[in-house]
Design a protein around this ligand. Sequence first.
Ligand code: GRG
Length: 290
Amino acid sequence: MQELLHQFEELRKYIDDQLSRYLENKEGLLEGLYESIRYSLFSGGKRIRPIFCFLVGELFDIPKEKLTATACAVEMIHTSSLIMDDLPYMDDAITRRGKASNHLVYGADVAALASMALLMRSYQIVLQDPSLPAAKKSCIAEKLASTTGLQGMVGGQYVDLRLLEKTMSPQVLEFIHAHKTASLFALSGTLAAEIGEASAAEIAAVENYARNLGLAFQLADDILDTDGSKQETGKSLKKDKCNFVQLYGLDKTKELAKDYTGKATDALQVFDGRNEKLVALGTMLLDRRS
Ligand code: GRG
């Protein structure tokens, strides 16, 4: 386990360096906007999605360089969505990762631009990546767009903002988290599998693992929202209109998180003998306190 934690730390450093490289500013007039982007991008995120991308890459012996743009693109999308999610006309959150939300430091106008710029930059770094063949790049860009757009995170956020409070149903809540959270997890893993020329069965196994883990991750988030502290999570708590704990209670939510983690682990059987790191990642996410 110690070895794995060390590997994650090394990967985090690598991801941070690469993100800095992708966000180098060569235009003085834009410095304020870059500052706002860097403020959120380098504010202590766990980098779980790109780490997952690299772990799947290991299953298929993909050199790290070939996954760098994709892994960083996913992290840019994640940060873009956090900045937007915190805006006054969305969740109106005042803290994120233990710091004031982006819009409280730079203004809602600049925060919205920072979110938009990160999203666009994510597509651009994939499309400009010299290590990927053109067909692969357009396939990745299409998947990035569908996961973030109407059929993905934007759709999930709409249902969250407009329909959740009215219905308070488990189906609606699952729809929201499948689209807002699990879909980006799934994308990180399946893109790595596709870059590694995995078989259809292997890609399906990674997707199955990631979708279940993504939901377990969200359940753990809702548990932390109830029994965690602001110091642990670094964000405003109890802002949810309706979450799994409110629907099912704390004990049942903990049980469900375990069930989804179990389903995620089961999906890895096809990688028998080389799936230990992904199994460990599942346990770490289930037990996380931040
Ligand atoms: C701009 C792509 C885009 C989408 C617009 C605002 C929106 C639609 C969607 C919101 C999606 C969202 C914020 C989902 C929450 C996902 C979640 C559980 C975040 C916490 O992830 P961690 O714990 O965060 O990995 P860190 O801080 O470690 O990076």
